[in-house]
Design a protein. Sequence first.
Length: 112
Amino acid sequence: MDKIVSLARNLRKKLTPQKEKLWKLLRNKRYKNLKFRRQYPIGKYIVDFICREKRLIIELDGGQHNEPNNIQSDISRSKYIEQYGYTILRFWNNEIDNNIEGVFKEIDKYID
């Protein structure tokens, strides 16, 4: 089995509380009848959530993504993924915890 697929499967079993919360709202076409997948491999990366129909990726970031090395890494990663025609939305974990309505308002801008 491909290494990246195996890693994605393992990540699905270990979602953060914020990813679990968002997944409960996206799974089984609960959000606008759209099919989302979680921990989905794209090339050499694994994205948090993807809606292939709308060419949309949702990434949830913890504080470690605000460190200089990780900021640059995220920029490179985003450029790579955008080559496949996807739009990437990034949210901080605290937005999921404290403002889930605002998160969905932002997602709506890209869905409608």
